[in-house]
Design a protein around this ligand. Structure first.
Ligand code: SF4
Length: 174
């Protein structure tokens, strides 16, 4: 797997301060994607042992809430085995840290994959230009859902970690 960056005090891609791994590879081709440079699975740098050590050292700091996998698409078929291996390691090495994952796939495409249970919050769906709204929390367009994976797996129905429709209806000011 290749990656583009590891950001270490990120406030924009999930709860709290987070480490973000920006992986290479995405085949969703959303119009007006902010990161088309990340589409190529061979772009960026090889995610090697040094990068993995850097990632876990950053995650180990006490004020870091967890890790977010973004990109690109961490759940591009080419990336899945490596991303799931890293998620499993996070759960083993630092079980108090939460795992967020952004993907262009829908929950319905992913819900039967056993390793999806490593994720605490999944932000799903392609970016849709016509539904773009800068007021939304953690997403670019209003079709994208912020899913509480554990509660969703327990109940069998999608449970949101955060409901952006409240912002759209004006119930929350931001
Ligand atoms: S899923 Fe994300 S990275 Fe991929 S094309 Fe769409 S906006 Fe860009």
């Amino acid at each position: 797997m290749n990656y583009h960056n590891i950001t270490k005090d990120d406030m924009l891609n999930g709860d709290g301060l987070r480490v973000v791994l920006w992986v290479a590879g995405c085949n969703h081709q959303c119009e007006d994607c902010q990161n088309p440079v990340t589409w190529d699975v061979t772009g960026g740098l090889l995610f090697d042992e040094a990068a993995e050590n850097e990632l876990f050292e950053a995650l180990d700091r006490p004020y870091i809430s967890g890790i977010t996998f973004s990109g690109g698409d961490p759940l591009h078929p080419f990336n899945r085995s490596e991303v799931f291996r890293l998620m499993k390691k996070v759960k083993e090495v630092c079980p108090d840290k939460t795992i967020w994952c952004y993907t262009g796939f829908l929950w319905e495409d992913l819900k039967d994959i056993p390793e999806i249970s490593y994720i605490d919050v999944l932000v799903d769906g392609r970016f849709i230009k016509a539904l773009k709204d800068d007021k939304l929390e953690w997403v670019g367009s209003s079709n994208q859902k912020i899913i509480d994976v554990q509660k969703t797996l327990e109940s069998g129905n999608i449970v949101l970690h955060f409901d952006n429709s409240k912002i759209i209806k004006g119930a929350i000011s931001c």
